[in-house]
Design a protein. Structure first.
Length: 243
Protein backbone atom coordinates (compact mmCIF):
# COMPACT_ATOMS: atom_id res chain seq x y z
CA UNK A 1 0.00 0.00 0.00
CA UNK A 2 1.25 3.49 -0.81
CA UNK A 3 -0.06 6.59 0.88
CA UNK A 4 -3.27 6.58 2.88
CA UNK A 5 -5.81 4.02 1.66
CA UNK A 6 -9.57 4.44 1.57
CA UNK A 7 -11.37 1.22 0.65
CA UNK A 8 -15.08 1.75 0.05
CA UNK A 9 -17.67 -1.01 -0.29
CA UNK A 10 -20.57 0.46 -2.24
CA UNK A 11 -23.41 -0.50 -4.50
CA UNK A 12 -22.95 2.75 -6.45
CA UNK A 13 -19.25 3.31 -7.21
CA UNK A 14 -20.09 5.97 -9.81
CA UNK A 15 -21.23 8.22 -6.98
CA UNK A 16 -17.54 8.65 -6.12
CA UNK A 17 -16.69 10.24 -9.47
CA UNK A 18 -17.35 13.48 -7.61
CA UNK A 19 -14.02 13.23 -5.81
CA UNK A 20 -12.21 13.78 -9.10
CA UNK A 21 -13.51 17.34 -9.01
CA UNK A 22 -12.88 18.17 -5.35
CA UNK A 23 -9.66 20.17 -5.23
CA UNK A 24 -8.11 18.79 -2.04
CA UNK A 25 -8.87 15.15 -2.81
CA UNK A 26 -7.97 15.42 -6.49
CA UNK A 27 -4.58 16.96 -5.70
CA UNK A 28 -3.92 14.28 -3.09
CA UNK A 29 -4.72 11.56 -5.60
CA UNK A 30 -2.41 13.17 -8.16
CA UNK A 31 0.39 13.39 -5.59
CA UNK A 32 -0.15 9.75 -4.50
CA UNK A 33 -0.87 10.88 -0.95
CA UNK A 34 -4.05 8.80 -0.96
CA UNK A 35 -5.63 5.90 -2.83
CA UNK A 36 -9.40 5.55 -3.09
CA UNK A 37 -10.30 1.95 -3.92
CA UNK A 38 -13.93 1.29 -4.77
CA UNK A 39 -15.30 -2.22 -4.25
CA UNK A 40 -18.50 -2.71 -6.23
CA UNK A 41 -20.89 -4.70 -4.07
CA UNK A 42 -22.71 -5.98 -7.15
CA UNK A 43 -19.59 -7.91 -8.18
CA UNK A 44 -19.94 -9.96 -5.01
CA UNK A 45 -23.70 -10.54 -5.43
CA UNK A 46 -25.39 -13.91 -5.23
CA UNK A 47 -26.37 -16.02 -8.25
CA UNK A 48 -26.64 -15.12 -11.92
CA UNK A 49 -28.49 -11.89 -11.10
CA UNK A 50 -25.79 -10.77 -8.64
CA UNK A 51 -28.39 -10.33 -5.92
CA UNK A 52 -27.29 -8.09 -3.05
CA UNK A 53 -30.59 -7.52 -1.24
CA UNK A 54 -33.68 -9.39 -0.11
CA UNK A 55 -36.97 -8.94 1.72
CA UNK A 56 -36.72 -8.58 5.49
CA UNK A 57 -37.71 -11.46 7.74
CA UNK A 58 -40.91 -10.64 9.58
CA UNK A 59 -42.18 -8.43 6.78
CA UNK A 60 -41.97 -4.69 6.36
CA UNK A 61 -41.27 -2.10 3.71
CA UNK A 62 -38.18 -1.97 1.53
CA UNK A 63 -35.27 -4.28 0.89
CA UNK A 64 -32.35 -5.19 3.12
CA UNK A 65 -28.72 -5.67 2.07
CA UNK A 66 -27.69 -9.31 2.38
CA UNK A 67 -24.68 -10.21 4.53
CA UNK A 68 -22.94 -12.57 2.06
CA UNK A 69 -21.94 -9.96 -0.59
CA UNK A 70 -20.66 -7.48 1.98
CA UNK A 71 -18.63 -10.13 3.79
CA UNK A 72 -17.14 -11.29 0.47
CA UNK A 73 -16.24 -7.73 -0.52
CA UNK A 74 -14.77 -7.04 2.91
CA UNK A 75 -12.68 -10.20 2.94
CA UNK A 76 -11.28 -9.38 -0.50
CA UNK A 77 -9.65 -6.17 0.79
CA UNK A 78 -6.01 -6.28 1.76
CA UNK A 79 -5.89 -4.73 5.21
CA UNK A 80 -3.22 -2.63 6.83
CA UNK A 81 -2.10 -3.13 10.42
CA UNK A 82 -3.26 0.43 11.21
CA UNK A 83 -6.77 0.09 9.79
CA UNK A 84 -10.31 0.87 10.92
CA UNK A 85 -13.63 -0.24 9.43
CA UNK A 86 -16.45 2.31 9.47
CA UNK A 87 -20.10 1.51 8.81
CA UNK A 88 -22.19 4.41 7.53
CA UNK A 89 -25.46 4.30 9.43
CA UNK A 90 -28.05 6.84 10.66
CA UNK A 91 -27.88 4.92 13.95
CA UNK A 92 -24.16 5.57 14.33
CA UNK A 93 -22.47 8.15 16.52
CA UNK A 94 -22.39 11.68 15.15
CA UNK A 95 -19.22 12.47 13.20
CA UNK A 96 -16.94 14.98 14.94
CA UNK A 97 -13.75 16.72 13.84
CA UNK A 98 -11.83 14.86 16.52
CA UNK A 99 -12.80 11.59 14.78
CA UNK A 100 -11.28 12.79 11.53
CA UNK A 101 -8.11 13.78 13.36
CA UNK A 102 -7.95 10.39 15.05
CA UNK A 103 -8.46 8.48 11.81
CA UNK A 104 -5.86 10.58 9.97
CA UNK A 105 -3.21 8.81 12.08
CA UNK A 106 -4.13 5.47 10.49
CA UNK A 107 -2.90 3.94 7.23
CA UNK A 108 -6.29 2.74 5.98
CA UNK A 109 -10.00 3.29 6.44
CA UNK A 110 -12.50 0.74 5.14
CA UNK A 111 -15.95 2.25 4.65
CA UNK A 112 -19.11 0.18 4.26
CA UNK A 113 -21.97 2.09 2.66
CA UNK A 114 -25.48 1.08 3.67
CA UNK A 115 -28.32 1.22 1.15
CA UNK A 116 -32.08 0.70 0.72
CA UNK A 117 -34.06 0.11 3.90
CA UNK A 118 -30.92 -0.95 5.73
CA UNK A 119 -28.60 -3.91 6.08
CA UNK A 120 -28.66 -7.29 7.71
CA UNK A 121 -27.83 -6.87 11.40
CA UNK A 122 -24.95 -9.34 11.12
CA UNK A 123 -23.03 -6.84 8.97
CA UNK A 124 -22.44 -4.71 12.08
CA UNK A 125 -19.92 -7.32 13.27
CA UNK A 126 -17.45 -6.10 10.64
CA UNK A 127 -17.32 -2.50 11.86
CA UNK A 128 -15.03 -0.94 14.42
CA UNK A 129 -17.28 2.12 14.49
CA UNK A 130 -20.71 3.12 13.17
CA UNK A 131 -20.86 6.69 11.94
CA UNK A 132 -23.65 9.14 11.10
CA UNK A 133 -23.10 12.62 9.63
CA UNK A 134 -26.35 14.00 11.06
CA UNK A 135 -29.76 13.29 12.48
CA UNK A 136 -31.38 12.66 9.14
CA UNK A 137 -31.63 9.80 6.64
CA UNK A 138 -30.09 9.67 3.16
CA UNK A 139 -30.70 7.09 0.45
CA UNK A 140 -27.30 5.52 1.04
CA UNK A 141 -23.91 5.82 2.71
CA UNK A 142 -22.06 7.24 -0.29
CA UNK A 143 -22.38 10.93 0.61
CA UNK A 144 -21.29 10.32 4.22
CA UNK A 145 -18.36 8.26 2.90
CA UNK A 146 -17.24 11.10 0.63
CA UNK A 147 -17.47 13.46 3.60
CA UNK A 148 -15.12 11.24 5.61
CA UNK A 149 -12.67 10.88 2.71
CA UNK A 150 -12.61 14.65 2.30
CA UNK A 151 -12.33 15.39 6.01
CA UNK A 152 -9.49 12.94 6.65
CA UNK A 153 -7.57 13.73 3.47
CA UNK A 154 -7.23 17.44 4.21
CA UNK A 155 -5.57 16.57 7.54
CA UNK A 156 -2.84 14.44 5.97
CA UNK A 157 0.67 15.93 5.76
CA UNK A 158 1.40 17.45 2.36
CA UNK A 159 -2.26 17.87 1.40
CA UNK A 160 -2.74 21.55 2.13
CA UNK A 161 -0.34 24.26 1.02
CA UNK A 162 0.08 25.56 4.58
CA UNK A 163 -0.47 23.32 7.64
CA UNK A 164 -1.14 26.51 9.64
CA UNK A 165 -4.48 26.87 7.84
CA UNK A 166 -5.81 24.00 9.96
CA UNK A 167 -5.03 25.50 13.35
CA UNK A 168 -7.99 27.81 13.92
CA UNK A 169 -10.62 26.13 11.78
CA UNK A 170 -14.10 25.63 13.16
CA UNK A 171 -14.37 22.65 15.55
CA UNK A 172 -10.63 22.04 15.86
CA UNK A 173 -10.79 23.46 19.39
CA UNK A 174 -14.57 23.14 19.87
CA UNK A 175 -14.82 26.78 18.82
CA UNK A 176 -16.10 28.19 15.55
CA UNK A 177 -13.60 29.94 13.31
CA UNK A 178 -13.18 33.72 13.40
CA UNK A 179 -14.50 35.93 10.53
CA UNK A 180 -12.36 36.44 7.44
CA UNK A 181 -12.07 39.52 5.21
CA UNK A 182 -10.25 40.39 2.00
CA UNK A 183 -10.18 43.36 -0.38
CA UNK A 184 -11.88 45.73 -0.94
CA UNK A 185 -11.64 47.49 2.43
CA UNK A 186 -15.20 48.79 2.04
CA UNK A 187 -17.90 46.90 0.16
CA UNK A 188 -21.45 48.32 -0.02
CA UNK A 189 -20.82 50.34 3.15
CA UNK A 190 -19.56 47.22 4.99
CA UNK A 191 -16.07 47.87 6.37
CA UNK A 192 -13.23 45.55 7.27
CA UNK A 193 -12.53 45.82 11.03
CA UNK A 194 -9.77 48.36 11.59
CA UNK A 195 -7.78 45.98 13.79
CA UNK A 196 -7.10 43.74 10.77
CA UNK A 197 -5.64 46.62 8.80
CA UNK A 198 -3.30 48.25 11.32
CA UNK A 199 -0.69 45.46 11.21
CA UNK A 200 -0.50 44.88 14.98
CA UNK A 201 -0.26 41.10 15.06
CA UNK A 202 -0.82 40.79 18.81
CA UNK A 203 -4.04 42.79 18.56
CA UNK A 204 -5.12 40.78 15.52
CA UNK A 205 -4.53 37.50 17.36
CA UNK A 206 -6.48 38.74 20.39
CA UNK A 207 -9.35 39.99 18.18
CA UNK A 208 -9.56 36.65 16.40
CA UNK A 209 -9.56 34.77 19.70
CA UNK A 210 -12.41 36.95 20.98
CA UNK A 211 -14.36 36.52 17.76
CA UNK A 212 -14.07 32.73 17.94
CA UNK A 213 -15.62 32.69 21.41
CA UNK A 214 -18.24 35.30 20.52
CA UNK A 215 -19.31 33.45 17.40
CA UNK A 216 -19.50 30.15 19.28
CA UNK A 217 -21.59 31.75 22.06
CA UNK A 218 -23.98 33.18 19.47
CA UNK A 219 -24.28 30.19 17.16
CA UNK A 220 -23.24 26.98 18.93
CA UNK A 221 -23.15 27.55 22.68
CA UNK A 222 -23.37 23.79 23.15
CA UNK A 223 -19.80 23.45 21.85
CA UNK A 224 -18.42 25.38 24.79
CA UNK A 225 -19.32 22.49 27.08
CA UNK A 226 -16.58 20.45 25.44
CA UNK A 227 -14.12 23.33 25.19
CA UNK A 228 -11.55 22.43 27.89
CA UNK A 229 -11.55 24.89 30.82
CA UNK A 230 -12.95 27.72 28.69
CA UNK A 231 -14.38 29.38 31.80
CA UNK A 232 -10.99 29.42 33.52
CA UNK A 233 -9.17 30.50 30.39
CA UNK A 234 -11.51 33.27 29.31
CA UNK A 235 -14.31 34.17 31.70
CA UNK A 236 -11.91 35.59 34.32
CA UNK A 237 -10.44 37.97 31.77
CA UNK A 238 -11.97 41.43 31.43
CA UNK A 239 -11.78 41.38 27.64
CA UNK A 240 -13.98 38.28 27.56
CA UNK A 241 -16.92 40.21 29.00
CA UNK A 242 -16.32 43.00 26.52
CA UNK A 243 -17.13 40.79 23.52
Amino acid sequence: MSGFNFDVITLFPKAFELINNLGVITRSLDKNLIDVNLHDLREHGEGSYRQVDDKPYGGGAGMVLKPEPIYKAYESIRKSFKSKTLLMSPQGKLLKQRDLVRWSKLDQIIIICGQYEGFDERIRCLADEEISIGDYVLSGGEIPAISIINGVTRLLPGTLGSPDSLKNESHNSSLLEYPHYTRPKIFRDMKVPEVLINGNHKKIERWREKQMIKRTLERRKDLLKSFTSYENNYCDNEWFWDL
